[in-house]
Design a protein around this ligand. Structure first.
Ligand code: MN
Length: 160
């Protein structure tokens, strides 16, 4: 089961209404959520349930609906499953300060041809339905603090 220590270390949970993330939940379904987060830079946050947490990627330009179009997706710390219901204002001066809006939610399914560096998946959301791929970009340098954290989100062809 995944750990939420990084999530907790980044936050002063006395000062934000975000979920405490006391424990990672036992895996049940495969929840999906997309937040619209009006922080210092407006972005979207894609969250996919895996191993009892929500794996999370910040999407500076949001998801693309154009087949073949690539969008940067920066992997951030795992979030607690409760975060899939969170909406609210994180007070300024706190990590991620700004308004968090639940933009979409639903379920996702992971393709069998996925691995640690590539996730083929289908979203079954209220807004988004269809197939995407997340593929990890090779880090160019060990000095890059984002080494291994940068992914591309690519819209795949589907029938939606
Ligand atoms: Mn965010």
């Amino acid at each position: 089961m995944a750990e939420l220590k990084t999530y907790q270390d980044k936050r002063d949970l006395q000062r934000t209404q975000e979920p405490a993330g006391d424990k990672a939940a036992a895996a049940a379904g495969q929840r999906y959520a997309m937040h619209k987060h009006d922080a210092s830079q407006l972005h979207y946050d894609l969250r996919l349930e895996q191993d009892g947490v929500l794996r999370s990627w910040a999407l500076p330009k949001g998801p693309s609906l154009q087949v073949g179009e690539k969008r940067l997706a920066i992997e951030v710390e795992d979030h607690p499953l409760d975060y899939g219901n969170f909406e609210g204002v994180i007070p300024q001066g706190n990590y991620g300060g700004g308004t968090v809006m639940l933009w979409d939610r639903g379920q996702w399914s992971r393709g069998d041809d996925s691995d640690a560096d590539k996730i083929n998946f289908i979203l079954h959301g209220e807004k988004l339905n269809g197939a995407w791929t997340l593929v990890r970009m090779a880090g160019k340098s060990d000095r890059n603090k984002n080494k291994g954290k940068n992914w591309l989100l690519i819209k795949r062809h589907d029938d939606e």
